[in-house]
Design a protein around this ligand. Sequence first.
Ligand code: FMN
Length: 174
Amino acid sequence: MTVGIYFATTTGKTEDVAERLHGYLNKANPPKDLADLSDLSEFLSLDGIICGIPTWNTGADCERSGTAWDDMLEEIGSMNLSEKKVAIFGLGDSSTYTENFCDAMEELHSFFQKSGAKMVGYVRKDSYTYEESKSVIGDCFCGLPLDEDSESDLTSDRLQNWAEELKHEIPELA
Ligand SMILES: Cc1cc2nc3c(=O)[nH]c(=O)nc-3n(C[C@H](O)[C@H](O)[C@H](O)COP(=O)(O)O)c2cc1C
């Protein structure tokens, strides 16, 4: 039993970040592109699932990612993942899309919650500058927001800190 890293991407940034995260979490399986999977049955054999999702459908109520994740949401919600720990990272742009910063994370988060998964990897919102995000719950984002468009200089520190946090929350990564 192990931890998997899964991503979907349109222009490659989420894939790049998934590879960098794997560099900090070398006990996790190498990242897999969701677009290469026909279904999600392999989730059932994992202890932990780390998911990378960009936001493309600005302001949308649903299918906010615009990637292969959108087609998998219903399947995720119908699975029983109650023994699993799940963490989400999101790619967005806090400057140009400041009213919808990383909105897609919340949609994925809510379908994983439906599956009974234990959600981990929340990040305090106070170190980010943006107007609105559907992915904020109380004082935290429901995952790790990253901005390779406007704040790429902050990505390494944010990723490294999150990786350390995940090692506490998902013991198989330590
Ligand atoms: C047309 C378009 C719409 C976008 N909409 C949003 C958005 O609503 N919220 C956000 O945070 N970022 C938005 N972005 C920024 C992307 O999420 C960001 O560039 C991300 O890194 C892309 O990841 P990818 O290369 O893995 O697809 C948008 C970018 C474009 C070009």
